[in-house]
Design a protein around this ligand. Structure first.
Ligand SMILES: C[S@@+](CC[C@H](N)C(=O)[O-])C[C@H]1O[C@@H](n2cnc3c(N)ncnc32)[C@H](O)[C@@H]1O
Ligand SMILES: [Mg+2]
Length: 221
């Protein structure tokens, strides 16, 4: 099995199940043109996030790690008219590109984009009593996964769904040597979710246009 067939099958999924989507095509083109790395979720994964928002009836969503807003737009599309997504991004250039993508996608009124270190933005959300969020998607700097999961718990309620992206990393999650900080972050997410009795979770390995990775998903008891 190779990346070629994973990508071809992702293309098949998209062409069979999704409407043509010039807006999201333009979003990815803008990200490329502005020099953003192509580390957003795949289309199939973005649609899954959108469906999870709808399945859970989420009205308040929190995303940590915006990049150009590709995953934000997928989730915003799953929200009801009075729903809102807060999304946190460190890099001002990424945030600028994301803001113009939100305009392009017609979701600006549903998005609260906050620029700066996510730990500071999370503290501000805490002070503002912005929670509890219904769904929280963690997809930023991986070494901070345990800090983000701690904040996710503080900003949640029983029933909140927490998703943590990129926790398989080509299977490197099995490496115990501590040489890769991103792998350490993935393993820390497993330790956190497995070790907190308030959380009931699993992880799903994925292959596709973005290679071999996976996400953890948990519900707050
Ligand atoms: C994997 S990308 C997010 C991809 C996006 N969720 C998507 O799928 O379209 C990770 C983002 O987290 C941002 N980031 C890194 N460290 C951060 C921090 N301390 N606080 C907030 N954002 C951070 C990076 O600048 C980058 O844009
Ligand atoms: Mg990711």
């Amino acid at each position: 099995m190779s990346r070629k067939i994973w990508t071809d099958v992702d293309d098949y999924i998209v062409s069979s199940l999704f409407e043509a989507d010039p807006v999201l095509d333009a979003v990815l083109a803008a990200n490329r043109d502005q020099g953003l790395p192509a580390i957003d979720v795949s289309a199939a994964q973005g649609k899954l996030l959108s469906l999870l928002v709808r399945i859970g009836g989420a009205k308040k969503v929190l995303e940590i790690g915006t990049l150009g807003g590709y995953s934000t737009i997928w989730m915003a599309r799953g929200l009801p008219a009075d729903g809102k997504i807060a999304t946190l991004e460190l890099d001002p250039h990424h945030a600028r590109v994301a803001r113009s993508n939100f305009e392009r996608a017609g979701v600006s009124d549903r998005v609260d984009l906050r620029t700066g270190p996510a730990l500071q933005s999370l503290a501000a959300l805490g002070r503002e009593n912005a929670g509890p969020f219904d769904l929280i998607f963690i997809d930023a700097d991986k070494p901070n996964n345990p800090n983000y999961l701690s904040w996710a718990m503080r900003l949640s309620r029983p029933g909140t769904v927490i998703i943590c992206d990129n926790v398989i990393r080509d299977g490197a999650v099995l490496d115990e040597d501590g040489r890769d900080v991103n792998v350490e972050g993935a393993r820390a997410a497993f330790s956190f979710i497995g070790g907190d009795k308030r959380l009931d979770g699993t992880a799903i390995q994925t292959v596709g246009a973005k290679g071999y990775d996976g996400f953890a998903i948990a519900i707050v008891n």
